[in-house]
Structures are given as structure tokens and as C-alpha cells.
Design a binder for this molecule. Structure first.
Ligand SMILES: Cc1ncc(COP(=O)(O)O)c(C=O)c1O
Length: 384
């Protein structure tokens, strides 16, 4: 822990920070592969015309630009009484929400494993964490009985992330309904990290939780399904009466977004399907390819099926900690993946499968090669 916010290091960021810029084959990402400004401009006559030059660099509004907020609302279709606030990535939205909503001593239920912000921000705001385990022995399939077991009359917030980073686990529509009922009956507020909402593979996109319960906040982003992580735009859908609480935190942090990024983001959301559909089709093809690679490994690679998102979280027979394997992949093949230790499961590896097919194949071949060549003492159990 360090600094007044008492935030722990974020191992995922520490791992990616410099390696990201050195990788030749990047199969580490939790987002689809990226778009260029040119591709974005091609979608919109205004951007191709004089709209960019005419843009005045005024301060933005605290809740975000009307055009972007309207575009997000048209896509997410929040329940009544909810508003959209746009933020610097969903990271800012999560920071604002935890700092506005958590009082010291509140119980907050968080998934385990989870993206670091989801538990570390709650803890830094003074929450007592209760973990909802996603169990590797069940392929990380979320079990609502496990959630029920950690809910209590003191639970103030329940945090979920479906589809889930890094495992790709997701609730189906019936599971979503049961989850919402459980949280509502507990009296807690639901925080649904919906970063991968548009990347569900085996059933339609799940509706925003606010369609069915009023005490909910959801978090979206352009960083994952839209292929625009560098634009740094996300949002929060939240009850109108809470919006000012988040704005009061923002007043000390970012004040508002740039009108330039909000203009580009509005165009992206207005053309969401055009941006997302081709990446989603490719991701589903690549998911099959990755699962086939794991099946063909004769038990050396054991991979839970990702139901959403574009990451898989396989385990490797006989390897207790994949970190050295990940280092070798980068050093010898220029292939970037994420060691499972960044998510508290050192025997696993996060593989991002939204890349052009050839790149995924190159990355997987490099992993296979290293698995064969890995020195015996690094392995546990029988040799391959
Ligand atoms: C589950 C989840 N939530 C939130 C974020 C933050 O993303 P951004 O701030 O780019 O929207 C990430 C990024 O990896 C994530 O995986």
C-alpha cells in the first residue's frame, strides 16, 4: 500500500506497462484489436467535413457531452430514473463510484478473481471485502449459491463483471434474473462492470441491470468491444439522485472530458454495430481456434470456454507459475501474454484472442513450442 489512497500495486499494469510496447505479437489484450482515427472519420460526414476544425476547446460539462450521453443511452437503454455520465475510461467511473458510495466499514462483495480496480478501489475507500469465488474446479462458472453465502444485512454493494475478465465467464439470461433478484432482496446496490457487454458469445447481449432493478450502476467503455482504448472514454449508468455524488468526486480529479474525445466517442457509439460486428465475428472464430488448440494438446492445456469477452484463462499441466514461461514467450518469440499471477492464479495465463487470425496462430504456436522446451525442473507432475 502506498500514498493517501492506500492503493496496492496493480500487477497487471506493472506487467503490461513496458512489455506492451516491445511485443511483436500481442495476444495479451482484453479488448478487440484497435481502430484508427481514419477508420472512425470514415464513418461520419461531420468528422470528414469541418466539424473537427470548428471544434472549440471549451470546458466540458460535469456529466458529459449531451451528444455522447444520448448515444450511450440509446444503445444501453437504461431503466427509468437513470442517467448516463461519461468518464475517462470506465476506470474513472469506477473510481468515482467507489469513492462516492463506500463508507468505511461497509461490506462490499467482489468477484474473485477480478480486474484489480473492482476490489482495490473498494478496499481503499474503506470497505470490508467479501469475495464471491469463481471456482477454477468448475471452469469459473459463477455459482449463485456462493453469492448467497456471502451476502449479509451489512452488504452495501455487490460488484460483478459479466462477461468476466480474465476468465470469460458469464451469467446467462436466467442467471442474470436470479442474480438481480438476490441483490435486490439483500437491500444492496449492484455495481455491474459491463466492459464486455457487447462481447457475449452464446446468447444475446444482457440488458442493463437498471431495466429490472433501481439500485444499480453499470459501467461501460470504448476500450474493449469498440477497439478504441486510447480514446480513454467510458461511462456510468446510474440513478439520477447519485449523479451529484460522483460529480463531487470528479471535481477533484478530472472535472470533465475533452470535447474532442467526446465528439469522437459519440461518432463511435452512434456507429457501434459497424465497429463491433466484424471484431465479434472474428473473435468467435478465434475462440474456436483457441479451444481446438487446447483440445489438441492432449491435456497439456486445459481451457475453460470463454462465454464472453475476448480472453481465455487456461491452465498448463505441471506448471505452478507461468510467469517464467510468459517472460520466455516475449524474449524468444516477441509474444505478449499475461501471467495468471496478475489475477492470483499463477498456474494460468490470460490469452487475448481478438487479433487477426495469423497473429493468434503465431502466438499459440510459440506457446506450444515453449511448453515442449520448458526445462523439466520448472514443471510439476509428469513430463509431457
Ligand atoms: C473489467 C474491466 N473493467 C474496467 C476496465 C478499465 O478499462 P477502461 O478504463 O479502459 O475503460 C478494464 C480494463 O482492462 C477491465 O478489464
Amino acid at each position: 500500500m502506498s500514498g493517501p489512497l492506500r492503493l496496492p500495486a496493480a500487477p497487471l499494469e506493472d506487467w503490461l506497462r513496458e512489455r506492451y510496447f516491445r511485443a511483436e505479437t500481442d495476444i495479451s489484450s482484453s479488448g478487440v484489436h484497435n481502430y484508427t482515427l481514419g477508420e472512425l472519420r470514415a464513418l461520419d460526414a461531420g468528422l470528414r467535413g469541418g466539424e473537427l476544425d470548428a471544434l472549440m476547446f471549451r470546458d466540458g460539462s460535469s456529466l458529459g457531452a449531451e451528444r455522447l450521453r444520448a448515444a450511450v443511452a440509446a444503445r444501453v437503454r437504461p431503466g427509468s430514473g437513470q442517467v448516463v455520465m461519461t468518464t475517462h475510461g470506465s476506470s474513472e467511473a469506477l473510481f468515482l463510484a467507489f469513492n462516492a458510495l463506500v463508507r468505511p466499514g461497509d461490506e462490499v462483495v467482489v468477484p474473485d478473481p477480478a480486474y484489480h480496480s473492482l476490489w482495490a478501489l473498494a478496499a481503499s475507500a474503506g470497505a470490508v471485502l467479501r469475495f464471491w469465488p469463481m471456482r477454477p474446479e468448475n471452469g469459473f462458472v459463477p455459482d449463485l449459491a456462493d453469492l448467497r453465502a456471502v451476502l449479509s444485512p451489512r452488504t452495501r454493494l455487490v460488484v460483478v463483471n459479466f462477461p468476466h475478465n480474465p476468465t470469460g465467464a458469464c451469467v446467462d439470461p436466467a442467471g442474470r434474473a436470479e442474480l438481480l433478484e438476490l441483490v435486490e432482496a439483500s437491500g444492496a446496490t449492484l455495481l455491474w462492470d459491463d466492459a464486455f457487454a457487447d462481447l457475449v458469445h452464446d446468447h444475446p447481449r444482457l440488458p442493463d441491470p437498471s431495466r429490472d432493478i433501481s439500485r444499480s450502476l453499470s459501467f461501460g467503455t470504448l476500450s474493449k468491444a469498440y477497439g478504441l482504448p486510447g480514446l480513454r472514454v467510458g461511462w456510468c449508468v446510474l440513478p439520477e439522485e447519485l449523479a451529484q455524488d460522483l460529480v463531487r468526486v470528479r471535481d477533484y480529479l478530472t472535472l470533465s472530458l475533452s470535447p474532442l474525445t467526446e465528439l469522437l466517442a459519440a461518432v463511435a457509439v452512434e456507429h457501434a454495430d459497424t465497429l463491433i460486428a466484424p471484431r465479434l465475428t472474428e473473435a468467435r472464430r478465434n475462440r474456436d481456434l483457441l479451444l481446438e488448440w487446447a483440445r489438441a494438446s492432449d491435456g497439456a492445456v486445459e481451457c475453460p470456454v470463454p462465454r464472453g469477452g475476448v480472453t481465455a484463462f487456461p491452465r498448463f499441466r505441471g506448471i505452478e507459475d507461468t510467469t517464467e514461461l510468459c517472460e520466455r514467450l516475449l524474449a524468444r518469440h516477441g509474444v505478449l501474454v499475461v501471467p495468471g499471477a496478475c489475477f492470483g492464479h499463477s498456474d494460468r495465463m490470460r490469452i487475448g484472442f481478438s487479433v487477426p487470425e495469423g497473429e493468434l496462430v503465431r502466438g499459440l504456436q510459440a506457446i506450444s513450442k515453449e511448453l515442449v522446451e520448458l526445462p523439466a525442473p520448472k514443471r510439476r507432475g509428469e513430463p509431457r
